[in-house]
Design a protein around this ligand. Structure first.
Ligand SMILES: Nc1ncnc2c1ncn2[C@@H]1O[C@H](COP(=O)(O)OP(=O)(O)O)[C@@H](O)[C@H]1O
Ligand SMILES: [Mg+2]
Length: 356
């Protein structure tokens, strides 16, 4: 069942169109991530779901209840939607306990117990209860903001770039903690980020936004493998894109013949492979590998567990053009050094991109 339904939502600020015909279904209990570059409309969309902005046109409903349409609007405080804004927005003049307890219906001992329970659920130690927001690290502030939002037992949780202020190691740990916490609580969640690896890791539904439009949505792995166009492909990771002629399920390109996932006959098109779909084998002196697949490593960028290589395909005898340069991802320790002669082979299907 879908919890949240967005139907053809539009929003402009003067001549700036912030949201342009957004439709999206958010399945109940899912973790949906909206990813897009800065300025693409992500915060505007979250604020609209929370009830702090209103659309110029369109409809929004939650669990079958209409929140906004042409005729009426449910105000933010009646929506039972938790919202953690980008900066956490803790009340600076309240302690951690008071922040979390703000808006809790209980009082006295019951309230203290509930606050302790919520602090425990976001892995905040009990001695932090009396601290002030400015005495907390970025990660701790985020957890207080999350606990405060969870205290309301929301039907839907909205998180705006919750991990962006944290450094890399803490970020991954917080991401796992929050994902587990929300899954245990069974709260449908929408998280917004401009970070593609965060998006791919957190989401079970991913929606890509660009310039106020929702360009593609689906399972993260499907979007990574089958992006609609080159821009989406490159936004979600590194990509090798090259022209090809498509015929009967095969792409004929500078790498020879590669199977494609989507059929189009006799059409010229751009195809995409992820760098990890290319494999290098050192050539032994002697007979050449299959035509079009011999290459030389021109650059090696070692970064520990992986290595990003640039290889230049050997130009065909018939061509004056230099060979095409490709990006290849290889295991860090065993990557061939610059200057090595290699054969390039591919794994899996190439994806045919739609025309831009
Ligand atoms: N209150 C506002 N007044 C005017 N323009 C706004 C307002 N809020 C957002 N915008 C504009 O709408 C666009 C989308 O902004 P936003 O939703 O904050 O993007 P994101 O969160 O993806 O970075 C931007 O061009 C931004 O400048
Ligand atoms: Mg934003």
């Amino acid at each position: 069942m879908n919890a949240l339904e967005l139907n053809s939502i539009y929003k402009s600020y003067g001549s700036q169109q912030a949201l342009n015909n957004i439709s999206l279904s958010v399945p109940s209990g899912s973790r949906t991530v909206i990813v897009g570059p800065s300025g693409s409309g992500k915060t505007t969309l979250l604020r609209m779901i929370a009830g702090f902005e209103f659309p110029d046109a369109g409809k929004l409903s939650l669990n079958g209840q209409t929140l906004v349409d042409d005729t009426h609007e449910v105000p933010a405080h009646q929506r039972l939607i938790g919202y953690v804004p980008q900066d956490g927005a803790l009340f600076p003049h309240m302690t951690v306990a008071a922040n979390i307890g703000f808006g809790l219906a209980y009082s006295g001992v019951k309230k203290q117990e509930r606050i302790a329970e919520l602090m425990d659920s976001v892995a905040l130690e009990s001695h932090m209860a009396s601290r002030w927001p400015h005495e907390l690290s970025g990660g701790q502030q985020q957890r207080v903001a999350l606990a405060r939002a969870l205290a309301q037992q929301p039907r839907l949780m909205l998180l705006d770039e919750p991990f962006s202020a944290l450094d890399t190691g803490l970020r991954a740990a917080m991401r796992k903690l929050v994902a587990r916490l929300l899954a245990d609580a069974g709260v449908t969640t929408i998280l917004v980020t401009h970070d593609q690896s965060e998006a791919l890791s957190f989401a079970d539904q991913l929606a890509v936004m660009r310039q106020g439009r929702l360009v593609q949505s689906g399972h993260p792995l499907d979007l990574y493998r089958y992006p609609e166009d080159e821009q989406t492909a490159l936004f979600l990771g590194d990509a090798v894109v090259m022209p090809a002629r498509i015929e009967a399920g095969w792409a004929h390109c500078d790498l020879g013949r590669i199977p494609v996932n989507n059929h189009r006959n006799n059409a010229s098109a751009q195809i995409m492979l992820r760098p990890e779909q290319l494999q290098l084998v050192s050539t032994v002196p002697g007979p050449a590998g299959p035509p079009g697949c011999r290459a030389v490593v021109t650059e090696r960028d070692f970064s520990g567990n992986t290595c990003t290589l640039t290889v230049e395909l050997q130009s065909l005898a018939s061509s004056e053009q230099p060979g095409r340069s490709l990006m290849v991802r290889s295991s860090g320790m065993y990557a061939p050094p610059a200057g090595s002669e290699v054969n390039v082979s591919t794994i899996g299907h190439a994806h045919v991109l739609s025309d831009a």
